[in-house]
Design a protein around this ligand. Structure first.
Ligand SMILES: [Zn+2]
Length: 374
C-alpha cells in the first residue's frame, strides 16, 4: 500500500508531519524534515524547502540550478534533498516537473516556506492544490491500494486572521481539489473519501442584531429579532467576500509601506476598495488606520476583548478584517482555534463508520483500523 501526503502549507507542518514523524514539538521542523527523508512515505508534495537545505553561508546544495540553493535555512549544514536523492529518489520543484513525473517515491518541494495563499495560487511555478491532488492520485493508484492525505491548510491561517474573503478563497481552493477527488472516485466503488478538519478557527459566523443591520444585509426579518427563518447571510455579502483579491494582511502591509504622512484613513479606504471592492465607512477607516498606525489607545478594551484571544502578530490584521466583516454581518469570536464541533463528510466503503460524534484523535484510530482490515 502506498502512502502520499499533499499540503498547501509546508510538508513539515503539523498535519502532514503527523503521518510520518514523532516529535515532542510541532515546531521542531528541522528534525521533522530529517524524519521525512528517513521515512518510507511514497509521495510528499508541499512547501517548506528551507527545512531541507543548509543556509546559503554554510553549504551549498548540489550544483544544479533547480536544487533550491539559497532557499535553505538549516543551521546544521545538512542537505536533506541531497540525502533523499542518495536513496535513489527524485525531487521535483515546480508544477511542470510534477505534471510529467511518473514514479514514486517522490518528494515535491515547491516553496521556501508555505505555498502561496489562494489569491496567488499557481504563481511562481507552484502547482495548485488541485494539480498536486491530481498528480498524487495518478502516482499512488495501484492494485495494492493507497492512502492519500490532502490538506487545504490555509483555511486555518485565514481563520486566525479573521479574514472572511480569504476563508472563502481557501474554501474554493479546497473545492477544486475535491473536484479532482470526486472525478477519480466517480466510476469506482473501492475508495473511501473522508473530508474533515482538525478544528474550527476563529469562531466564524454570520449574525446581526436589531435594530442596525450590517450594510451588506438586505434581507432578514424587518424587526431584526431572531426568528428561525432569518437569513443571516445574503448573496450580496458572499459576493462581496468573493470579490476580495488579496489577504487583509497583505493590504495592511501595503498600507504600512506608505510614508507615515500618507497613512491616512482616506488612503486606507482607497487601498481596501482597490483590493476587496469593499467601501469601508469613514469611521471604520479611521479606526483601522489608528490601529495600524499604533494610535489606538483604549487599552482596557484591548486587554479585555483582544489580548486573551489574539497573538500580537495577528491582532491588528484580524481586527482590521473583523471591522470589514462587520459590514457584511460576518462575526468572529477569536484569533485562535475554537471548540466548535466540525463536520465529517464521508463516502465510499467504510464511510458509515464516521457517523456520529468523535474526539479528533478517534478519527485517526478509525482510519488506522480500516486500513488494517483491508
Ligand atoms: Zn491554526
Amino acid at each position: 500500500m502506498k502512502v502520499g501526503l499533499v499540503s498547501d502549507t509546508r510538508i513539515t507542518h503539523a498535519t502532514p508531519a503527523a503521518f510520518y514523524a514523532h516529535s515532542t514539538d510541532r515546531d521542531s521542523e528541522y528534525e521533522i524534515a530529517e524524519q521525512l527523508i528517513e521515512s518510507d512515505i511514497d509521495l510528499a508534495l508541499s512547501g517548506g524547502k528551507s527545512a531541507f537545505l543548509p543556509r546559503a553561508n554554510t553549504l551549498v546544495s548540489d550544483s544544479s540550478q533547480d536544487s533550491g540553493a539559497g532557499h535553505g535555512n538549516r543551521a546544521d549544514g545538512q542537505d536533506l534533498i541531497q540525502r533523499w536523492r542518495e536513496r535513489g529518489y527524485p525531487v521535483v520543484q515546480n508544477a511542470l516537473q510534477l505534471a510529467s513525473h511518473t514514479t514514486t517515491p517522490l518528494l515535491g518541494l515547491f516553496a521556501k516556506s508555505c505555498m502561496h495563499d489562494a489569491f496567488l495560487e499557481g504563481k511562481d511555478g507552484e502547482p495548485t492544490l488541485a494539480a498536486m491532488t491530481k498528480a498524487a492520485l495518478r502516482l499512488l493508484d495501484n492494485p495494492g491500494g493507497f492512502v492519500l492525505m490532502v490538506e487545504a491548510g490555509q483555511i486555518d491561517f485565514a481563520g486566525h486572521d479573521n479574514d472572511g474573503g480569504w476563508v472563502l478563497a481557501e474554501m474554493l481552493r479546497l473545492n477544486s481539489a475535491l473536484g479532482v477527488i470526486e472525478e477519480f472516485t466517480r466510476n469506482r466503488d473501492d475508495t473511501l473519501v473522508l473530508l474533515t478538519g482538525d478544528h474550527e478557527t476563529g469562531g466564524m459566523g454570520f449574525s446581526y442584531h436589531h435594530p442596525v443591520k450590517p450594510e451588506g444585509m438586505t434581507h432578514g426579518s424587518p424587526s431584526g429579532s431572531s426568528k428561525a427563518n432569518d437569513v443571516f447571510v445574503t448573496k450580496d455579502a458572499l459576493r462581496a467576500l468573493r470579490s476580495q483579491r488579496a489577504t487583509i494582511e497583505s493590504i495592511s502591509h501595503s498600507f504600512e509601506e506608505l510614508p507615515m504622512t500618507e497613512r491616512t484613513p482616506d488612503a486606507l479606504r482607497e487601498l481596501t476598495h482597490d483590493l476587496t471592492g469593499y467601501s469601508i465607512n469613514p469611521d471604520t477607516s479611521r479606526w483601522i488606520a489608528g490601529l495600524i498606525n499604533g494610535q489606538l489607545h483604549n487599552q482596557t478594551v484591548v486587554d479585555t476583548l483582544i489580548t486573551p484571544f489574539y497573538s500580537k502578530r495577528t491582532a491588528r490584521y484580524a481586527l482590521f478584517a473583523r471591522a470589514l466583516g462587520a459590514q457584511l454581518g460576518l462575526t468572529w469570536s477569536s484569533g485562535n482555534h475554537t471548540s466548535t464541533p466540525i463536520f465529517i463528510v464521508s463516502s465510499g466503503p467504510g464511510s458509515a463508520s464516521f457517523r456520529g460524534w468523535f474526539q479528533t484523535r478517534e478519527i485517526g484510530q478509525l482510519l488506522k483500523s480500516l486500513v488494517k482490515k483491508r
